[in-house]
Design a protein around this ligand. Sequence first.
Ligand SMILES: [Zn+2]
Ligand SMILES: [Zn+2]
Length: 198
Amino acid sequence: MERLTIQVGSYEVNCSIISENGKAWIVDPGHEGARIAALLEKKGLEPEAVLLTHAHFDHITGIAELQRLFPNLPVYIHSEDTVMFGHPFNQMPGEYASIGVPANIRDVNELKICEVIHTPGHTPGGVCYHFANDKLLLSGDTLFAGSIGRTDFPGGSMSKMMESLKKLMTLPDDTLVIPGHGSHTTIGREKTSNPYLV
Ligand SMILES: [Zn+2]
Ligand SMILES: [Zn+2]
């Protein structure tokens, strides 16, 4: 398995491309769909699916361009977050104007390539993608290096967030964590230095 992470859009979402045997899974194509597609072509990768950690506008807007280029590209998401697609609160005029409801939405629990950990708190349907063999966690806006995701948006919950973080802290210490924004970290480092977890 290989991983490539780029920052997309003005919110600098970490968009990761996970690939194996020429196939690619695109995690959180928050913006710049054309740039992501160009990168896939350059690397000789065929997109299999989009995986979303949650449905906030800064993590999803690139889907429109990707599905224009790759019609019916599946979009995996937790069912409790699908209500946010096209919702008035979940957009920003201009760069992050609503993309509406994407085609071919799939239940993230049917995903086979990794473990899906339901981590509500930032949003009700937030998930983290755990690639156990590769000791990799894509943590979305649940866990950041030195911080945690906001819980004051619609559907947010601090008590659920703390339960979700507890689940993540059971993963091996040497698990590499790629958050939705900002620099990467490890579970071990967060356990000992994250002010919300120590
Ligand atoms: Zn978010
Ligand atoms: Zn975000």
